[in-house]
Design a binder for this molecule. Structure first.
Ligand SMILES: Nc1ncnc2c1ncn2[C@@H]1O[C@H](COP(=O)(O)OP(=O)(O)O)[C@@H](O)[C@H]1O
Ligand SMILES: O=P(O)(O)OC[C@H](O)CO
Length: 497
């Protein structure tokens, strides 16, 4: 009987289940979008029960579509939107508040206060992170401070905290396992990435009892077993990683200096730095890339908060496109943006600016501006933001990339990738499978259950579908970048009182 790996990819906008065969090919894929809750300016929430319901829905559908027996699933891999924070009651298993999403800015003031006291330096040293509302720590504190009775319950040991991987493991094992992996732990701003432990000083600073925290495991290994009532057999959960680290693995960036950029809701550029935790001097963060067989590898990361989400905004709020993919045709229907720049700083700016108070803006509007120009400028903004983080990374790591490996939903858009290659002046390689997040965690799970022998076997699966080559004249590039730089500078600090 043929065996498969089931990858659960819980992203910011959708829950997905992809089943892979031994050759790393997709044999079934089901996806479902879920509700984004925008209660206040800059706030973003999800309903944890809807996250679970959609995730369970797609995994059941994907399995049914193949008509396979539960025993044919050799292992489950879980990969997830990172940092998003859920707190639930240990007795009832019910969340006490909505999931506070990584993009949410509600704790920006808390962050300011930490910076004023100089505590950001301690945080950076221990966690590799630039203090920001992006990470989980201030979100957990906010829940404990604002949900009536929460802090008391937490102190009694009645509440559990988890990122989305932890929530899914908990639901899949029917509350038997409260665990996470090192990559997800490294995004909480509570985890010491050098000692590989929850940090007592940080827990004290944020007032978070240790009893709330999940146990931390390597990314490839057995976390527990999905309950037989859910899938028809007790199936091992054998790999867990934050989605961007999973994509790094799925792109086979196993060597020092290898990097990938994922164009999903946000854009995340990660470079493997091997056993060395490189400290950035240009606004990037240091994070755990993977822990496998006791070996820790680190990465440098540039996180851009809004990328594909800007195209969803064009679709849902502006009504400029019916489907995200229509944006490509519209962008190509005009020669250029007619001087328009869109800076999609809807939830502030991440790397390399780290400005919680920046807000989105459209510049250069004239009486001749058409919606096609705004659509084109929105697509170009993904490439400009990537340019900014890649340049910071090249300076930190003192290297020049020959080619950028790309993936994620918006990497299906040829216009974006051609413009990306033009701006960077380097090749851009898109693989056959752009779902590298799910692919990566299927590799991690597959290694744990003996589906794959080693990384060498995995590398043999990597195939480039299309390479984009730079075609833009150097002077044009320079002038476009100058306009972008100016546009970004004018969005800075906008929402600060
Ligand atoms: N053809 C396309 N052109 C531009 N953007 C796209 C296209 N297809 C999908 N997207 C964008 O990609 C994002 C979805 O990518 P995905 O990798 O599934 O994201 P996530 O994991 O963050 O939910 C959406 O924000 C969507 O707007
Ligand atoms: O949902 P994605 O794929 O955009 O990823 C979100 C990131 O993990 C946030 O850090």
């Amino acid at each position: 009987m043929e065996q498969y790996i089931m990858a659960l990819d819980q992203g910011t906008t959708s829950s997905r289940c992809i089943i892979f065969n031994r050759k790393g090919e997709i044999v079934s894929s089901v996806q479902r979008e879920f509700k984004q809750i925008f209660k206040n300016n800059g706030w973003v929430e999800h309903d944890p029960n809807e996250i679970w319901a959609t995730q369970y829905g797609v995994l059941s559908e994907a399995k049914a579509s193949l008509s396979i027996a539960a025993e044919q699933i050799a292992g489950i891999g879980i990969t997830n939107q990172r940092e998003t924070t859920i707190v639930w009651n240990k007795m009832t298993g019910e969340p006490i508040y909505n999931a506070i999403v990584w993009q949410c800015r509600r704790t920006a003031n808390m962050v300011e206060e930490l910076k004023e006291r100089g505590f950001d330096k301690i945080i950076k040293k221990k966690t590799g992170l630039i203090v920001d509302a992006y990470f989980s720590a201030t979100k957990v504190k906010w829940i404990l401070d604002h949900v009536p009775g929460a802090r008391k319950e937490a102190e009694k040991g009645n509440l559990l905290f988890g990122t989305v991987d932890t929530w899914l493991i908990y639901k899949l094992t029917k509350g038997r396992v409260h665990a996470t992996d090192y990559t997800n732990a490294s995004r909480t701003m509570l985890f010491n990435i050098h000692d590989l432990e929850w940090d007592e000083e940080l827990l004290k600073e944020f007032g978070i009892p240790k009893s709330m925290l999940p146990k931390v495991y390597p990314s490839s290994g057995i976390f527990g077993y999905a309950d037989a009532t859910l899938l028809g057999a007790n199936i091992p959960i054998a790999g867990v990683a934050g989605d961007q680290q999973a994509a790094l693995f799925g792109q086979c960036c196993f060597k020092c200096g290898e990097a990938k950029n994922t164009y999903g809701t946000g854009c995340f550029l990660l470079m493997n730095t091997g056993e060395k935790a490189v400290e950035s001097e240009h606004g990037l963060i240091t994070t755990i890339a993977s822990v496998i067989d006791g070996k820790v590898e680190y990465a440098l990361e540039g996180s851009v908060f809004v990328a594909g989400a800007a195209i969803q905004w064009l679709r849902d709020e502006m009504g400029f496109v019916k489907k995200a993919s229509d944006s490509e045709r519209m962008a190509n229907s005009v020669r250029d943006t007619n001087g328009v720049y869109v800076v999609p700083a809807f939830t502030g700016l991440g790397a390399p600016y780290w400005d919680s108070y920046a807000r989105g803006a459209i510049f250069g509007l004239t009486r001749g501006t058409k919606r096609e120009h705004i659509v084109r400028a929105t697509l170009e903004s993904l490439a400009y933001q990537t340019y900014d983080v890649l340049k910071a990374m090249e300076e930190d790591a003192n290297i020049t990339l020959e080619a950028l490996r790309v993936d994620g939903g918006a990497s299906a858009n040829d216009f974006i990738l051609q413009f990306q290659s033009d701006l960077l002046g380097t090749w851009v390689d898109r693989p056959f499978i752009i779902e590298t997040t799910a692919l990566g965690v299927s590799y991690l799970a597959g290694l744990a259950v003996g589906f794959y022998k080693d990384k060498e076997e995995i590398v043999s699966h990597l195939k480039v579908q299309k390479t984009f080559e730079p075609m833009m004249n150097g002077e044009v590039r320079k002038s476009l970048l100058k306009g972008w730089e100016e546009a970004v500078s004018r969005t800075r600090g906008w929402a600060k009182e």
